[in-house]
Write a protein that binds this ligand. Structure first.
Ligand SMILES: C[S@@+](CC[C@H](N)C(=O)[O-])C[C@H]1O[C@@H](n2cnc3c(N)ncnc32)[C@H](O)[C@@H]1O
Length: 281
């Protein structure tokens, strides 16, 4: 989970360049976004896992910085029904969610564009297939999976989310469910700060211009794409799914952790994550 500009104050991003990348808003197409994000996650996976690995847990299924756990949310269905199910995790990172799914008796496959993130999946003991690929071109036959899931994986980062949704629909069997979480769109209107400075609107919610960090040559080294809530609903429908729920997790009293711009202060006032529960006929 990152968030618009969240690593600006969260961690110093390693662009691989000698100078700090410049943060800007500009267009970034499918190819440039994928190339930039593959590089960013490969370079920053180690730091990401050090910083967030404890919160995520090695075999928990956490939907976002609020800490909503699939054990309580049951967005993929009751855990006892997961046994024997073929499940695809997209943008899996270190595949903690897939590890939890395997512990329920499911047969997970974890996919990520970053080779280094998947090496962390091996480090923490993933014993199921790990696939390094772009979510926009899934290397699986039609109808390979019963369920698909993604906790902040891929969808906040891709230029063409409908392409990803169509791919996910293609590899799901009829009746399959896809549940994915993303940065809540309202966050784009606010500075990505966990404190009071993050509570005043500073940008238009309606400005879809991507957030881009670029090197001294103008090449993107990190990209996030903004969609409004309405855009996301239309994307789900255009991808061939029915939207059956849209969950906005509330910040729980037990969670005193900050994650970039996500914090108890902000989380008690505005939503930080949006979880889309989709089904295909
Ligand atoms: C915020 S992390 C989420 C990972 C994990 N679910 C977690 O909660 O830590 C986003 C992940 O999406 C992956 N990703 C970004 N763009 C992708 C793409 N186009 N296809 C597949 N994975 C992608 C990144 O490599 C990264 O591991």
């Amino acid at each position: 989970m990152q968030g618009p500009a969240s690593h600006q104050q969260d961690t110093a991003p390693d662009s691989g360049a000698d100078t700090e990348p410049e943060a800007t808003r500009r267009d970034a197409d499918v190819t440039e976004s994928a190339r930039a994000n593959r590089g960013w996650w490969d370079r920053n996976a180690d730091e990401y896992q050090v910083e967030h690995g404890t919160f995520l847990g090695d075999d928990r299924f956490v939907w976002g910085p609020e800490g909503l756990d699939e054990v309580e949310a049951e967005l993929l269905g009751p855990p006892e029904d997961l046994k024997g199910k073929d499940v695809l995790e997209i943008g899996a990172g270190a595949a903690q969610c897939a590890r939890w799914l395997a512990a329920q008796g499911a047969r997970p496959v974890a996919l990520d564009i970053s080779h280094r993130q998947l090496q962390h999946a091996l480090r923490i003991g993933a014993a199921f297939p790990l696939v390094c690929a772009d979510a926009g071109a899934l290397p699986f036959a039609d109808g390979s999976f019963d369920l698909a899931c993604s906790a902040y994986g891929a969808l906040p980062f891709v230029a063409d989310p409908v392409l990803v949704l169509k791919e996910v629909r293609r590899v799901l069997r009829p009746g399959g469910r896809f549940v994915f979480s993303v940065t809540h769109p309202i966050r784009w209107a606010f500075p990505d700060e966990p404190g009071p400075e993050g509570l005043s609107v500073s940008a238009s919610y309606f400005d879809r211009t991507p957030y881009v960090e670029q090197d001294e040559n103008g090449d993107a080294v990190y990209v996030e794409h903004h969609r409004t809530i309405g855009d996301r609903v239309r994307d789900v429908v255009a991808g061939g799914f029915r939207l059956v729920d849209l969950v906005e997790p509330e910040w729980p009293a037990w969670n005193t952790s900050e994650w970039g711009g996500w914090s108890p202060l902000r989380g008690n006032l505005i939503p930080g994550s949006a979880i889309f529960v989709c089904e295909r006929d």
